[in-house]
Ligand binder design. Structure first.
Ligand code: NAD
Length: 356
C-alpha cells in the first residue's frame, strides 16, 4: 500500500488524461473528480478506474472534449445530451444548467442522457448544495450489461443504479445521501478483488443464483450478480432509476439488446430552492433542530456516534487530505503502467508521488 498526497496524484492523473487526448481543462476535471472520490473514501469510483477509462478512450467508448448540449428547453425542464463525453465534465455542466433554471424558476429539472460514467453521483448533489439548492438524483446505466439481480431473481437484469439527495447547510456541512441501490457498488467488488478479501454475506450470487462471498464470482462468464440493497425496497428505487433517468431522458433502459453499446449513464436531477419565499431561516432552524435530535441519540456502540449521510465522506476527506490517499499496490501499479503506456517515465511518477 502507498499513500500519495492528493495534489501529486491529481497532477499524475491529469497528465495521463492529457496525453490520452483530453484538453488540459478536461484532463484536470477528470483527475480532480477521480481523486476526490478517493479523498471521500469511495475508492471504487476513484483512480482505480484509470485502466477502464483508458480502455474506453482507446476503444471509442468515451468521446473526448465534449460538452453538455441542451436538446429540449422549457421553463423548468431541460433535456441535456452528454454526447458520450466524460461524465466528470458533462455532469458538472448539466448541473450548472439545472442550477441556473432553479435560480430563475425555483425548480430546475435536468434529464441528462448519453453521458459517459458520471462517477460519484454525490459530486452533483454537492455542486447543487454548494449553490444553495436541495437536489434529488436518479441514475441508470446502459451498455455495460446488467450486474444486479431483480429482487427474487437469479440473474443480472439491472445495474447498481445510484440515488442521491442533498440538503444545503449554511456551514457547508451539507447533508448528502449518495448510494448505489445494490447492497454493494460494483467498484467495491473490484477493490475487494484487488485486495484479495471476501465480500459481506448476502451481497452477491454466482451465475447459478447461489449466494457467494467470492468477488471473482461476479466476473465469470456468464456473470454472477449483485443483490439489491434493502431487499424489495432498494430494488423498487432501482426500478425507478430506470424509469426516471432512462426513459424520461430518452437515454433508454438497461436491457440485454443494448450490451454492445458504449457504457453510459443517464440521470434525472430535480433541483429545488429550499426557501422559495426568500426566508431561509425556517429551513435552517428546523434542519438544525432535527439534526441535533438525531445526533443526540445515544450510540449503540460508544465508539461510533450517530452520523448523518455525508458525514463519513467529510471525515475521510479531512483524514486523507492530511495523510495522503491510500492506494493498494495493484491500483498504483496500474496507474504507473497506464502512464508508461502513454510515454510517462515510471521512475518520475514514483518520485512525484513520494514528493507529494
Ligand atoms: P456507501 O454505502 O458507502 O454510502 C451510502 C450513503 O450512506 C452515503 O451517503 C454515506 O454518507 C451514508 N452513510 C454511510 N455510513 C453512514 C453512517 N454510519 N451513518 C449515516 N450515513 C452513513 O455508498 P455506496 O452505495 O457504496 O456507493 C458508493 C458510490 O458509488 C457513490 O458515490 C455512488 O454515487 C457511486 N455509484 C455510481 C454509479 C454510476 O453509475 N456512476 C453506480 C453505482 C454507484
Amino acid at each position: 500500500m502507498v499513500r500519495i498526497q492528493a495534489d501529486a496524484l491529481r497532477r499524475i492523473i491529469a497528465e495521463i488524461f492529457h496525453r490520452a487526448g483530453c484538453n488540459e481543462t478536461e484532463a484536470g476535471t477528470v483527475a480532480k473528480r477521480l481523486v476526490d472520490a478517493n479523498l471521500v473514501g469511495h475508492d471504487s469510483h476513484g483512480v482505480v478506474r484509470i485502466p477502464t477509462y483508458l480502455e474506453m478512450v482507446r476503444g471509442g467508448g468515451v468521446a473526448l472534449n465534449q460538452h453538455a448540449k441542451i436538446v429540449v428547453d422549457t421553463a423548468v425542464l431541460v433535456v441535456v445530451d452528454g454526447q458520450c463525453g466524460f461524465g466528470q465534465v458533462i455532469g458538472e455542466e448539466a448541473m450548472a444548467i439545472g442550477i441556473d433554471k432553479a435560480k430563475r424558476s425555483g425548480v430546475g429539472v435536468v434529464a441528462l442522457r448519453h453521458s459517459s460514467h458520471l462517477g460519484r453521483i454525490g459530486d452533483w448533489t454537492e455542486q447543487c448544495a454548494e449553490a444553495g439548492f436541495v437536489s434529488i438524483h436518479f441514475v441508470n446505466v446502459v451498455g455495460a450489461g446488467a450486474i444486479v439481480a431483480p429482487f427474487g431473481g437469479t440473474d443480472a437484469r439491472i445495474s447498481t443504479n445510484p440515488f442521491s439527495a442533498g440538503l444545503p447547510r449554511p456551514d457547508g456541512k451539507h447533508v448528502i445521501l449518495d448510494m448505489a441501490t445494490s447492497k454493494l457498488a460494483e467498484g467495491k467488488v473490484k477493490v475487494a478483488l484487488n485486495k484479495g478479501v471476501e465480500l459481506p454475506e448476502g451481497a452477491l450470487i454466482d451465475n447459478k443464483g447461489r449466494p457467494t462471498r467470492r468477488p471473482s464470482d461476479l466476473y465469470t462468464t456468464p456473470r454472477g450478480a449483485l443483490t439489491p440493497m434493502g431487499e424489495h425496497k432498494g430494488y423498487g428505487i432501482a426500478v425507478f432509476c430506470e424509469f426516471l433517468a432512462g426513459i424520461l431522458s430518452g437515454g433508454g433502459t438497461n436491457r440485454h439488446e443494448r450490451r454492445d453499446e458504449r457504457v453510459l449513464n443517464n440521470m434525472l436531477s430535480i433541483i429545488l430552492n429550499p426557501s422559495p419565499t426568500g426566508d431561509k431561516s425556517y429551513v435552517h432552524e428546523e434542519a438544525d433542530a432535527f439534526i441535533k435530535w438525531l445526533l443526540d441519540s445515544p450510540a449503540a456502540d460508544p465508539g461510533k456516534p450517530v452520523m448523518l449521510p455525508g458525514d463519513p465522506e467529510r471525515l475521510n476527506r479531512a483524514e486523507r487530505l492530511r495523510d495522503g490517499v491510500p492506494l493498494d499496490d495493484i491500483t498504483w501499479g496500474n496507474i504507473v503502467s497506464a502512464g508508461a503506456s502513454l510515454g510517462m517515465d515510471p521512475a518520475g511518477m514514483k518520485k512525484q508521488a513520494r514528493a507529494g
